[in-house]
Ligand binder design. Structure first.
Ligand code: TXA
Ligand code: MG
Length: 312
């Protein structure tokens, strides 16, 4: 779905005035503000209830805009951007001094991404600004894949919500740092690790820090992306817990009060996962159980989000 210029103009004006606009991307909805305005960025943290130690992704509409926000633009960044942008890959590079520390939680690096959603690109161009935008949900809750999820989660904490229809990919971007060598995969996501490794060689996993402050990737905190209803991942023949609950299953329908069949293809599974969790979370179950998907590479990002949603 695309929006007309006259629909985008008020959103662009709000952004230039330092206000918050939620907008669709191909992964999930983002809560956007002018990335060059530290006070506007501060509003994002307030609206989300997010600790200021969590860095934000800055969304751009061109390679030039990306490079203007980086102190260094390594050859690897160029190759990855040429291959995967616009699209669901966030590249972490050393930041330009013009990027406020509020955006990067004081880190010397910044995460940059050129989304492929036409509304996101048109909005960045109309505003003429790079947009800092985390997922448009309250801190640690399930990311929104529709405008209705954003409104339900943030209410009047956001000045405007642009509706671009359901997000097609349904889980967040892959976050990759090329500011360190070998490059570090901070968050598995919509671009599979193998596709990146084919282009630039093996990736490293981040060092797990027990110290929650000064943490480079809040996506690494264990409880994240969680519904309010307790979520449990079920292995093999684990029985269902007592009480009334819902089960997301691929193959095994156990005796839950509500069963939701999920696609056996990881891309299709990801596309519907958050919408299902939002829906079931609103139904008042004692628990949501999820049949653990295969542990093959194609499922890496989905398994990562399910583990976090289960809080372990
Ligand atoms: O698909 C997405 O990435 C969505 C849409 C809106 O673009 N955005 C999103 O943002 O998921 P957020 O804030 O919910 O997640 C940002 C992730 C976090 O895991 C954060 O730690 C990581 O990106 N990140 C951002 N800047 C970083 C940096 N300089 N170094 C390491 N990780 C960084
Ligand atoms: Mg998020």
């Amino acid at each position: 779905m695309s929006l007309t210029e006259s629909q985008l103009a008020p959103a662009a004006a709000l952004l230039r005035a330092g206000r918050l606009v939620a907008f669709p991307t191909e992964t999930v909805y983002g809560l956007g503000a002018n990335a060059l305005d530290a006070r506007a960025v501060e509003r994002i943290f307030q609206a989300k209830g997010r600790p200021s130690t969590s860095p934000l992704i800055v969304h751009v509409a061109s390679l030039e805009m990306a490079r203007s926000l980086a102190a260094e633009w390594p050859g690897q960044a160029q190759r990855l951007a040429e291959r995967f942008w616009p699209g669901p890959l966030t590249l972490v590079v050393r930041k330009h001094p013009g990027v406020p520390g509020a955006v990067t939680a004081g880190l010397p690096t910044v995460g940059l991404r050129m989304p492929s959603h036409p509304v996101a690109l048109a909005l960045i161009r109309a505003a003429g600004l790079p947009l800092a935008a985390p997922s448009a949900n309250r801190f640690s809750q399930v990311s929104p894949t529709t405008a209705a999820h954003v409104r339900a989660g943030l209410g009047d904490r956001v000045d405007l919500v642009l509706d671009g229809g359901p997000a097609g990919i349904g889980i967040e971007s892959t976050v990759l740092s090329v500011a360190e060598q070998p490059p570090v995969l901070y968050r598995p996501g919509a671009v599979p690790r193998e596709e990146i490794e084919k282009l630039i060689g093996p990736l490293r996993m981040p060092a797990q820090s027990a110290e929650p402050s000064a943490h480079p990737s809040p996506g690494l905190h264990s409880r994240h992306y969680s519904p309010a209803t307790p979520l449990l991942l079920l292995d093999g023949d684990t029985p269902l817990p007592p009480g009334r609950g819902a089960l997301l299953f691929i193959a095994r329908l156990l005796g839950a009060h509500r069963g939701v069949r999920m696609p056996a293809c990881p891309r299709e599974y990801a596309a519907g996962l958050y919408a299902r969790l939002h829906e079931l979370d609103g139904e008042g179950w004692d628990w949501i159980a999820v049949e653990r998907p295969p542990s093959t590479p194609g499922w890496e990002a989905v398994n990562d989000r399910l583990r976090r949603a289960a809080g372990r």
